[in-house]
Design a protein around this ligand. Structure first.
Ligand code: HEM
Length: 237
């Protein structure tokens, strides 16, 4: 079972992520969207979405620093184990909470605003369910387990395991002593990767970078004359 969970399941998940995403991109270009609900409700969306998206971007960089950078690199630059874990707990705790609060706000908005609820599909609920499970177990580990026990040294277990997965050489034995809550976190994260191509989460791959370069757009209220109309009228008077 352990061999399957930590040696086979990660590849099933990543395969679904890659193949599913490519297939969806090929066959469902029109549905390739996060389907904005901004017109249905704006106030909660603005707060929830900002907290969630900034939080998850920062959490992503935290995962890169904690899992892809070997512990020897930290030792080489003089960052002790205590200093690393203090930093990881403070930064990870803050960014994790930011993500979780944003996510909870977005879920409450979907449940509480009737128009948004009516526009929520089954796939949206599945994605939200896996997001809640993954983010809450991550925060529980960082702020719950690490505070009530000694900080867990995932840089010598989960870190080498995930790097092994990425180079097609997974060592399931590394995951044997990992705390249960962290194991559940990783298993739900892998499930989230697997289902993401079939949900609105595909928008992760469509960063609107063109926005940064495009000419600004002007919106005006219906019925107001254009500046050029006004100039025209002035000229004839
Ligand atoms: C296979 C992929 C993943 C692995 C191996 C992984 C592993 C970890 C580890 C080791 C921690 C630190 C626990 C501690 O502080 O002791 C953590 C925390 C966390 N993870 Fe993940 N994670 C993965 C995917 C994800 C995903 C996809 C999300 C979000 C959707 C996520 C959200 C979080 C959050 C919010 C925290 C708490 C804040 C932090 O410490 O960064 N993780 N994860």
């Amino acid at each position: 079972m352990k061999e399957f969970l930590w040696g086979v399941y990660p590849y099933l998940s990543l395969m679904l992520l890659v193949v599913g995403t490519l297939a969806r991109y090929n066959y469902d270009q029109i549905g390739w969207t996060s389907k904005s609900s901004e017109l249905l409700e704006k106030r909660l969306l603005r707060t929830g979405s900002l907290l969630f998206h900034w939080g998850i971007i920062l959490v992503f960089f935290g995962h890169v620093a904690g899992l892809l950078v070997p512990v020897a690199v930290y030792q080489a630059v003089g960052i002790s184990e205590q200093l690393y874990h203090l930093g990881a707990m403070v930064m990870g705790g803050l960014t994790g909470l930011m993500t979780l609060v944003g996510l909870v706000l977005l879920v409450l908005r979907r449940l509480g605003v009737r128009r948004v609820l009516r526009n929520t599909s089954a796939a949206d609920w599945v994605a939200l369910g896996f997001l809640i499970a993954t983010v809450s177990t991550g925060v529980l580990m960082t702020l719950g387990y690490n505070v009530t026990h000694l900080p867990y040294e995932y840089r010598t277990t989960v870190g080498p395991w995930i790097r092994g997965v990425l180079v097609l050489h997974p060592d399931a034995a590394l995951m044997a002593g990992v705390p249960l809550v962290l194991q559940v976190h990783i298993l739900t994260a892998l499930a989230l990767f697997a289902i993401s191509p079939f949900t609105r989460l595909v928008h992760v791959w469509s960063l609107p970078l063109a926005y940064l370069r495009r000419a600004p757009m002007q919106y005006r209220r219906r019925g107001l004359p254009l500046p050029s109309d006004r100039r025209g009228r002035g000229a004839s008077n």
